[in-house]
Design a protein around this ligand. Structure first.
Ligand SMILES: NC(=O)C1=CN([C@@H]2O[C@H](COP(=O)(O)OP(=O)(O)OC[C@H]3O[C@@H](n4cnc5c(N)ncnc54)[C@H](OP(=O)(O)O)[C@@H]3O)[C@@H](O)[C@H]2O)C=CC1
Ligand SMILES: O=C(CO)[C@H](O)[C@H](O)COP(=O)(O)O
Length: 287
């Protein structure tokens, strides 16, 4: 029996629990800020989980720990997470944006490229679509993959993990920026002006990636625009939900990071500069 911990019972954490729960070879604990029951719905149907969350700190040690808090909250958890590790624990950081692996002084720490879509509103999580985590093709992760293959979670071990990370970074650069700044869901891409703006933003992000030595294929922008077409028109993004709820966003880990690289390579990225300034302005003096 494997022991897994999910830290953060928000959208991604709760959905991860749902995807793993029917595998009886895994014993799962899920940690939230308070003790409460998980409540998840999919296609307007409630998903039965009698799972109760736990709270940190914990003295239990786990074989795998999934970090499912926002990138902005990672630093506050490091000590608690390290205290829950044994020598061979895998720490899987399930976040968007630039990897925070280096924050953890633990050898088996990995950044997962997350293709899961959901929203936490109050204590309810709505599961929209997708069930995949892409991880590096590392022998250490084979047991985890074999064990999760018996569940609904799809773990992919990919030898081109860095490219996959950047591809997802660009996916989020486009859709998260556009949904957050228009305060509209994926349907906003049906508008031609917005579609064109998104393509131009992606083109700038693609140029930054190439200058940074990331070997993304020439069809990247087309592929990303095709992914957006698979989104339900009413699907939002984590950044959209954040601005709708007046919360701080993860822009520094997505747009801010790419913007920083563009500046350091002295690239001309007018749209990226504009959207990054607007997102920075959104949270200026906001708590
Ligand atoms: N939502 C999505 O569809 C996707 C999100 N992502 C990425 O996944 C990451 C998580 O996003 P998402 O699930 O949407 O975020 P949510 O805000 O829904 O969930 C984060 C959860 O972490 C909890 N939390 C924060 N600090 C602690 C703590 N100290 N102890 C326990 N729990 C804590 C929050 O509690 P509280 O609610 O009380 O604040 C919240 O429930 C982000 O990096 C996001 O960009 C990636 C792909 C898809
Ligand atoms: O990849 C996804 C779904 O497969 C994401 O949900 C999508 O890219 C929107 O962004 P966020 O991760 O911020 O919700």
């Amino acid at each position: 029996m494997q022991k897994h911990a999910i830290i953060g019972a928000g959208a991604v954490g709760s959905i991860l629990y749902y995807l793993l729960k029917d595998n009886h070879e895994i014993d799962i604990d899920i940690y939230a800020k308070e003790v409460r029951k998980l409540y998840i719905t999919k296609n307007d149907e409630p998903i039965e989980t009698n799972k109760k969350t736990k709270i940190l700190p914990s003295k239990t040690q786990y074989d795998t720990i999934y970090i499912c808090v926002k990138a902005t909250a990672t630093k506050t958890l490091i000590e608690d997470v390290l205290n829950m590790c044994h020598d061979h624990t895998n720490i899987i950081i399930c976040q968007n944006g630039i990897s925070q692996v280096d924050l953890f002084n633990h050898p088996y720490t990995y950044h997962a490229v997350v293709y899961i879509s959901g929203q936490k509103k109050n204590d309810e999580v709505v599961y929209f679509q997708d069930n995949t985590l892409i991880l590096p093709d590392d022998d250490k992760l084979i047991t985890l993959k074999q064990c999760t293959d018996l569940s609904q979670l799809n773990i992919v071990l990919d030898e081109n993990h860095q490219e996959k990370q950047w591809f997802k970074l660009l996916v989020n650069l486009g859709i998260n920026t556009i949904t957050a700044l228009t305060k509209n869901t994926a349907q906003v891409l049906e508008q031609k002006q917005i579609e064109s703006l998104t393509e131009q933003l992606l083109a700038e992000g693609y140029t930054v990636a190439r200058h940074h030595g990331i070997a993304l294929g020439e069809e990247t922008i087309e592929d990303i625009m095709a992914i957006y077409k698979t989104y339900h028109p009413l699907m939002g993004t984590s950044m959209y939900y954040d601005v709708c709820e007046n919360r701080l966003t993860e822009f520094e880990y997505i747009q801010g990071y790419i913007h920083h690289l563009a500046s350091s390579y002295q690239l001309l990225t007018p749209i990226l500069n504009t959207v990054t300034a607007l997102l920075a302005g959104y949270q200026y003096k906001r708590k």
